[in-house]
Design a protein. Structure first.
Length: 407
C-alpha cells in the first residue's frame, strides 16, 4: 500500500476537525507535488505570491483535459480571469456595495442586529442549543436572501441542495469510495436543481422587477451592458452559496474557539471592543474557505525551489498559510489584538471576496451578542461533528449547554 502524503491525510474526513498537524508537516515542503500531478502550496509567502501572479489562472478552460472536474461555480466570476473577470465583477459589485452603493453594508446593521436579537430570544427557556441550526445558519442565510431577493420560504429547499453539493465534493483519497461516489452523483443533481431554481427566479424578475440584487442585475443595462443569461445564473449560484456558507462557518468557529479558550471568552466579556480584531483572529485560526482548488499554471512557475509546470493544477491551502509560524507568532493560539493580522481568510488580489465586509459585520454582531446574552455556555462535544466538505470547512452541528439567555 502506497503511503499517503500529508496533504492526502489532511483531506480524510477523520481529520476534518484537526488537519493542522498534517499542515505542519506539509509546510516543510512549501510547494509539494502530489501523486496526481497537482501542486499544493501551504506557506503564507508562497500563497500570497501566487495570488498576485498573472501566470496563475482560475479558468478551468485553460487546464489540460485530464484535470477537468465538476465545479458548482463553473461560469461564475471565480472561474474567470481578467479582463472577463473584471467586467463581470463590476456588473455584480455595482449592486452590492462600494463604490456605487457605499453605505449598503452599514445600512444593513440594524436588520442584522434585529435578527440576531430575535434568534437569541427564541432560545429563552432552553438549556441546550445547537448553535449552527439555531443561530449561525439562520442569521446569514436570511440576510443574503433579503439582499438578493430570494424568497425566505425557499430556504429549506436550497439548503438541502447546497448541503448535498458540499457533501458530494471530495478532493482527497476517499473520493472514489462507493459511498462518496454516490454522494458526488447526488451533489451534481442537486446543483442542477439549484441552478434551475435560480434561473426561474431570474426569469420572474425579468418579467416583473422586484426587490433585491437579482432583479437589479437582470435589468442592468449600464455602460458594461447586461450580463449574459448563463453568467447571470452561475453568479447567482455563487452569490447565494458563498453569501452565507462562509459566514455560517465563521460564526460557528468563532464561538467554538471562544469556548475552547475561556480566557478569550472572558476577554470579550470585559472588553467588547475587541470583537472587531477578534473576528479577524477567529478567521485566521479557522479559515471558512480552507483550501482553494481551481488554480493552474499558465506557464512554468519557479517558486520556493520548485518548478510548477505549465498546465499543472495548483491547490492553495489557506488554512495552513494562516497558521504559518514564519508569518504569525504562536500561530495556533488565539490573540484577539494580534498585530498586523493580514491573513488570507478571504483570499487576496482580484479574487478577494467582495462579500467580506458583510461576513465581518454579521460575525462581529453575532459574537458580541452571544457573549453579552448567553449565560455560561459550555461545549457538549469537542470536537463537534464536521461537514464532509474540505473547502467550506465547518461544524455541521455545535451543541452548547447554557444556563439561559439574558435580556
Amino acid at each position: 500500500m502506497v503511503e499517503e502524503t500529508p496533504w492526502q491525510q489532511s483531506l480524510r474526513y477523520a481529520n476534518r476537525a484537526n488537519p493542522y498537524p498534517f499542515y505542519e508537516e506539509l509546510r516543510k515542503t512549501p510547494v509539494a507535488r502530489q501523486p496526481d500531478g497537482s501542486y499544493v502550496v501551504s506557506t503564507y509567502r508562497e500563497i500570497v505570491a501566487l495570488l498576485h501572479d498573472n501566470r496563475v489562472t482560475s479558468d478551468p478552460r485553460k487546464r489540460p483535459a485530464e484535470y477537468q472536474f465538476a465545479n458548482p461555480f463553473e461560469g461564475s466570476i471565480i472561474t474567470e480571469d481578467p479582463p472577463e473577470h473584471d467586467l463581470d465583477r463590476r456588473r455584480m459589485t455595482g449592486h452590492f456595495g462600494p463604490p456605487e452603493r457605499p453605505h449598503m453594508i452599514a445600512d444593513l446593521e440594524p436588520e442584522i442586529r434585529r435578527l440576531t436579537a430575535e434568534l437569541l430570544d427564541d432560545m429563552k427557556g432552553k438549556t441546550r442549543i445547537d448553535l449552527v441550526d439555531e443561530f449561525a445558519f439562520p442569521l446569514p442565510v436570511t440576510i443574503i436572501c433579503k439582499i438578493l431577493g430570494v424568497p425566505l420560504e425557499s430556504i429549506p429547499r436550497f439548503h438541502d441542495w447546497i448541503e448535498s453539493a458540499l457533501d458530494g465534493a471530495d478532493l482527497g483519497p476517499e473520493a472514489n469510495d462507493p459511498e462518496q461516489l454516490r454522494r458526488a452523483e447526488k451533489g451534481v443533481e442537486e446543483v442542477g436543481k439549484l441552478r434551475q431554481f435560480l434561473a426561474d427566479l431570474l426569469d420572474q424578475y425579468t418579467e416583473q422587477p422586484g426587490p433585491g440584487m437579482f432583479s437589479a442585475m437582470v435589468h442592468d443595462t449600464g455602460p458594461d451592458g447586461r450580463m449574459p443569461q448563463d453568467t447571470l445564473v452561475s453568479d447567482a449560484v455563487l452569490l447565494l452559496f458563498a453569501g452565507h456558507e462562509t459566514s455560517v462557518n465563521l460564526i460557528a468557529h468563532s464561538v467554538l474557539t471562544m469556548l475552547r479558550h475561556p480566557h478569550v471568552y472572558e476577554q470579550l466579556r470585559h472588553r467588547p471592543e475587541l470583537v472587531v480584531p477578534g473576528v479577524e483572529e477567529f478567521l485566521r485560526l479557522e479559515s471558512s474557505v480552507h483550501i482553494w482548488h481551481t488554480r493552474a499554471a499558465l506557464e512554468d512557475i519557479e517558486i520556493a525551489g520548485t518548478t510548477i509546470p505549465k498546465g499543472a493544477p495548483i491547490l492553495l491551502a489557506y488554512g495552513s498559510a494562516n497558521r504559518d509560524p514564519e508569518r504569525f507568532e504562536n500561530p495556533d493560539e488565539p490573540v484577539l489584538d494580534r498585530p498586523d493580522n493580514q491573513h488570507v481568510g478571504f483570499s487576496q488580489s482580484v479574487h478577494y471576496r467582495f462579500g467580506a465586509p458583510l461576513a465581518r459585520l454579521e460575525t462581529q454582531i453575532a459574537v458580541a451578542e452571544f457573549v453579552r446574552r448567553v449565560e455560561n455556555p459550555r461545549l457538549v462535544e469537542d470536537p463537534p461533528p464536521y461537514r464532509r466538505n474540505q473547502i467550506f470547512r465547518g461544524p455541521r452541528h455545535l451543541v452548547v449547554d447554557i444556563d439561559g439567555i439574558r435580556d
